[in-house]
Design a protein around this ligand. Sequence first.
Ligand SMILES: NC(=O)c1ccc[n+]([C@@H]2O[C@H](COP(=O)([O-])OP(=O)(O)OC[C@H]3O[C@@H](n4cnc5c(N)ncnc54)[C@H](OP(=O)(O)O)[C@@H]3O)[C@@H](O)[C@H]2O)c1
Length: 237
Amino acid sequence: MKKKLVQLLQILLFLAKNYSSPQREDVQPALELSLKNFGLDYVDLYLMHWPLAMRKSEFLEPKKPDGTFDWVDIDDAEVWSEMEKIDPSKAKAIGVSNFNISRLERLISKARIIPAVNQVELHPYLPQWELLEFCKKSNIHVTAYSPLGSTNCPLLTDPTLIAIAKANQKSVAQVLISWAVQRGTSVLPKSVVPSRINANFNDFLLPAKDFESINEITTRNRYLKPEGYPDVFEDGL
Ligand SMILES: NC(=O)c1ccc[n+]([C@@H]2O[C@H](COP(=O)([O-])OP(=O)(O)OC[C@H]3O[C@@H](n4cnc5c(N)ncnc54)[C@H](OP(=O)(O)O)[C@@H]3O)[C@@H](O)[C@H]2O)c1
């Protein structure tokens, strides 16, 4: 039952307890710990959560005396080479998250296994078409996180999206989820409200004109920019 429910487990290498740094030696033990904690034999997908690492510490997010996070330099490719060594019977696929094009290019140039997935923030205010195209060409599936704009769901009040939702007799959340699916991404809307969880599964085919109207939205914003983190996205947003 549990195995069926956990179809996709995103291992938070960066945040998982006792593993505040995704340095190469943490990759295997973090997976083992998560499998144990979830009572699973395997996961379908194991992700490198951020291309960042903090100093190993008893604290989840260790800080320096000046109060800033205690970052350490890592080579993404070195961490990835450990991901590549993972027993496929324990993680059916391996991938990355929060990687931009230049990081992916560097990683791919050294990788033996191309990441199966890149999980990034995607919605009409952050469509990242070039990244999507690059991943498509590189055979990397893209998953959209924070598809509603995360906390407070700022996209739910967008007038264009509201008009499209009304015209199709759907909710704005369903419009956003459908747009994400129509772009060829998988999508991770999060809700703790059962009725919303159910409703979020009801995506539909957006008429071409509505799909295009969403693509023409010019507002740009990135919502997941954890305070005190280096800018790994390098796009000025
Ligand atoms: N890889 C990464 O670095 C990363 C970073 C961030 C997130 N993620 C993943 O992406 C998932 C979603 O991201 P997120 O939580 O930041 O953003 P999100 O799914 O865009 O937004 C979540 C918010 O939307 C509300 N919501 C959900 N469905 C709704 C509906 N139908 N109508 C109205 N409000 C609705 C939720 O409130 P209620 O709960 O009250 O419904 C919650 O406040 C996370 O669970 C996580 O797995 C990954």
